[in-house]
Design a protein. Structure first.
Length: 341
């Protein structure tokens, strides 16, 4: 009977994740996924990859991958980028793939104050195998046995492709940033059935933060013995998609080459009788020199699923940044103050 209860919980979670986009704990290590306006925001060329394994303690887990490249064009005050995303939900054998192109424009509003506007167009592919799905109508509530016929009108293998659009804006100076983004603005139909409409809900995000300089740039890098920085950063990321609402609150301390951070994900105050405490996230990142950054984070589950049952979530990010193209702008320090991970 305990297995049946766990199956029901996982089924509900699986349905919820179908209606929601994948969320990364290190969302600033995946900037194009967070906000199209961040394409080229480092004013360098970046190549990044992220991997997330959610609930590894369960037989049915959720894995996601993301890779991107972006570049800043100094002569056009513009950023361009490409992003590839893929997620796999093992319970429904559902795989969602996306490849998108980004463009952003940077406008100067004042001394070291900028507004970035960006957009993304994506080609999406949803592929699922329904032959192994088990529906509630197949389960005998007395014995727990599973019957053959579900009554559902689904083929064994289904695939659906569509085009998706996203937009974003970001204001920042050297110590503060505030951005908004809207994904799936046309709310495309994602149904596998030709005669059914199932819209992908619009996802809205508001994110921002403030950076505090703790040393005036007087610290020393551990490996290179060069003058570095000591920074303390506070940030938030609020997301809404359909009926789902989530808030991330966190802080990171950057003492080159090490970054340590902690996040809380949930809604501490809610109209519901019980607040939505989802997880606490611990993060460690290190700059290996030559523009290479590595980050690792672990989500400790606070929800009713329990960390012991789910195993939380593990996430790894890699990023390589360098200056490419025209010599104009080389040696210039970006004024973008966002989190590193």
């Amino acid at each position: 009977m305990r297995k049946i209860y766990m199956f029901i919980i996982l089924s509900i979670a699986s349905l919820s994740l179908k209606a929601q986009d994948v969320q990364y704990s290190q969302f600033y290590a995946n900037p194009l996924y967070l906000n199209p306006a961040m394409a080229g925001a480092s004013e360098m060329t970046r190549i990044g990859v992220s991997y997330r394994n959610q609930w590894p303690g369960l037989d049915q887990s959720f894995t996601s991958y993301s890779a991107y490249i972006d570049h800043y064009i100094f002569s056009a005050n513009s950023g361009v980028g490409l992003i590839f995303n893929q997620s796999q939900q093992s319970m429904a054998n559902l795989q969602v793939s996306e490849i998108g192109a980004n463009y952003s424009y940077r406008a100067r509003l004042g001394f070291r104050s900028f507004l970035r506007i960006g957009g993304q167009v994506s080609y999406m592919d949803r592929d699922a195998y329904f032959g192994d799905l088990v529906f509630g109508s197949q389960i005998d509530d007395q014995t727990g046995s599973i019957g053959d016929y579900s009554g559902e009108n689904l083929g064994a293998d289904s695939r659906h492709q569509f085009v998706d659009y996203s937009f974003g804006a970001l204001f920042h100076n050297e110590n503060f940033w505030l951005g908004v983004s809207a994904h799936h603005v046309t709310q495309p139909n994602i149904s596998f059935l030709d005669d059914q409409i199932s819209e992908l809900p619009l996802k809205m995000s508001a994110h921002g933060g403030v950076k505090l300089d703790l040393s005036g740039g007087s610290s020393t890098e551990f490996f290179t013995q060069r003058t570095g920085t000591k920074e303390l950063t506070f940030a938030f990321n609020y997301k809404n998609q359909g009926p789902f609402t989530q808030l991330d609150l966190g802080t990171q301390v950057n003492i080159q080459p090490l970054v340590l951070g902690v996040w809380y994900r949930g809604i501490p105050v809610s109209d519901n009788s019980q607040p939505n405490h989802e997880s606490v996230i611990a993060l460690v990142g290190i700059s290996l020199g030559g523009g290479l950054d590595v980050g690792y984070s672990h989500d400790f589950t606070l929800s009713s699923l329990g960390n012991a049952n789910t195993g939380g979530a593990n996430e790894i990010s890699l990023r390589y940044s360098f200056l490419a193209g025209s010599a104009k702008g080389r040696g210039r320090k970006s004024s973008m103050p966002c989190f590193k991970y």
